[in-house]
Design a binder for this molecule. Sequence first.
Ligand SMILES: *[C@@H]1O[C@H](CO)[C@@H](O)[C@H](O)[C@H]1NC(C)=O
Ligand SMILES: *[C@@H]1O[C@H](CO)[C@@H](O)[C@H](O)[C@H]1NC(C)=O
Ligand SMILES: *[C@@H]1O[C@H](CO)[C@@H](O)[C@H](O)[C@H]1NC(C)=O
Ligand SMILES: *[C@@H]1O[C@H](CO)[C@@H](O)[C@H](O)[C@H]1NC(C)=O
Length: 191
Amino acid sequence: MTMSLLLTWAAFTLLSRVFGSANGNCSTYVFSDSRRVFESCEDLPVLSAHLHWTYLRSTKRVQVAYRASQSPGGWVAWAVNPTSIGMIGAQAIVAFRDTNGTMAAYTSRVESYAEALEPGKLSFGTTNVSAEYREREGEVIVYAVVGPFENGTSKVNQVWQEGRVKDGVPQMHSLNGVNLQSMGEIDFLSS
Ligand SMILES: *[C@@H]1O[C@H](CO)[C@@H](O)[C@H](O)[C@H]1NC(C)=O
Ligand SMILES: *[C@@H]1O[C@H](CO)[C@@H](O)[C@H](O)[C@H]1NC(C)=O
Ligand SMILES: *[C@@H]1O[C@H](CO)[C@@H](O)[C@H](O)[C@H]1NC(C)=O
Ligand SMILES: *[C@@H]1O[C@H](CO)[C@@H](O)[C@H](O)[C@H]1NC(C)=O
């Protein structure tokens, strides 16, 4: 029994390493538009996701690029939750490739678990929202400039998510383990 538990643990550790490295290293990533350069980045622990950012000290705003694995017909979202931890109250930027091939990218406030991610204004400033689909990597990238956050803080709770799109509408994300671990604190002044 102990032996099989140990073996399971060893296999799990090995798999996390393999998937961890397959998840890539954000600091070597090059954006297709060479004018897109960010000062800092973080490989997020789940959902093959990465956040790149530049903190603009003078305005306390942040230029961000959120990249995540996704197939056509799926949505990705990156959000800041200024008031609590987790999805409820999250201020999200959502993106997906529409069936006609155009990219949808918009902001959405998450008020409940059940709702579709409907377009809405966020509680903090959000500009320059756009998205791109990278066919080769199978990734959706969302760009935006966000902030300043409440009290001018550089440290916020972040949440990221993914799910399927049906008839042009993002559907509820799955409740698999990784979809419930996709949150954490981020300090945009760290690098
Ligand atoms: C990522 O790449 C950078 C630059 O090549 C390197 O310094 C860093 O150690 C790498 N990080 C990981 C986790 O592999
Ligand atoms: C693609 O579909 C979306 C929503 O269904 C629509 O808003 C957009 O105008 C369409 N774009 C083109 C180029 O047809
Ligand atoms: C937002 O987009 C505008 C127009 O493309 C550009 O001039 C401006 O520099 C962008 N702002 C930031 C903070 O990146
Ligand atoms: C902002 O500052 C006020 C007063 O210091 C504090 O009560 C409030 O909790 C702060 N809000 C956040 C989101 O940190």
